[in-house]
Design a protein around this ligand. Structure first.
Ligand SMILES: [Zn+2]
Length: 131
């Protein structure tokens, strides 16, 4: 990926984080978003080859680091990218339950919950529901 494309995609991702972090009431968190090319991303994280982002959460101190596979983001639609950003941010809300749960499949349950929340938040944002 060329440098110009990398910068363009990084800016695209940043817009979603900037919009969503305050709207998900995550302003009290320290959130580092780090942008990587595919090769570095795959080498540094135990993430699937096709994943766009990986999040590490230390819920005790409201600290999180979100690593973005910019090469993967490049091929995502705006809807997919927004959902991925919201998905990762939702991990901050529920990650502590994984440890509290103590089950071997706690990670799978966390993924299911954050996937659902991300879709719900995105649906509400796009919705034009009139009451
Ligand atoms: Zn996830």
């Amino acid at each position: 990926m060329r440098r110009k494309t990398f910068k363009k995609q990084r800016a695209r991702v940043r817009r979603y984080f900037t919009w969503w972090i305050p709207r998900l009431a995550l302003g009290a968190w320290s959130i580092d978003v780090l942008y990587q090319r595919r090769r570095d991303y795959r080498q540094e994280h135990d993430a699937s080859a096709n994943s766009a982002m990986t999040t590490y959460v230390d819920w005790r101190y409201l600290d999180a680091a979100i690593y973005v596979n910019v090469s993967r983001v490049h091929g995502m639609s705006d809807t997919e990218l927004e959902r991925a950003v919201v998905h990762e941010l939702c991990h901050l809300m529920v990650n502590e339950l994984r440890q509290a749960c103590g089950r071997d499949d706690a990670n799978d349950h966390e993924e299911r919950v954050v996937s659902h929340l991300a879709k719900a938040f995105q649906w509400v944002r796009k919705g034009k529901l009139q009451l």
